[in-house]
Design a protein. Structure first.
Length: 95
């Protein structure tokens, strides 16, 4: 799963880090969006850092009642918060 981040650059605990395009990263941290979809699975469960990538998903800007102007100016290339990964399920597609 993604990168790992070590707080303080020293011998502290490392946490997995998931990079997510905006506005999805902000929506995850604010608990507006749930769940996050990926094509890969992981056995990891527990806390993980949410990193707002530098890219913006233009389609996501139409999601909900977002302040699009401020979102496009900030929250890119930074860690926004911590989420708790509790479940990983397989996608089921109807034929």
């Amino acid at each position: 799963m993604g990168s790992r981040f070590r707080q303080g650059g020293g011998g502290g605990e490392t946490l997995p880090c998931l990079s997510v395009q905006e506005p999805w990263a902000t929506l995850l941290v604010k608990r507006i969006k749930n769940p996050e979809n990926r094509k890969w699975r992981t056995n990891y469960r527990g806390p993980l850092l949410i990193h707002a990538s530098r890219k913006v998903d233009a389609d996501g800007l139409n999601y909900g009642d977002l302040d699009k102007t401020s979102l496009l100016k900030a929250n890119r290339g930074v860690i926004l918060g911590i989420a708790n990964l509790v479940m990983c399920t397989r996608e089921v597609r109807n034929a």
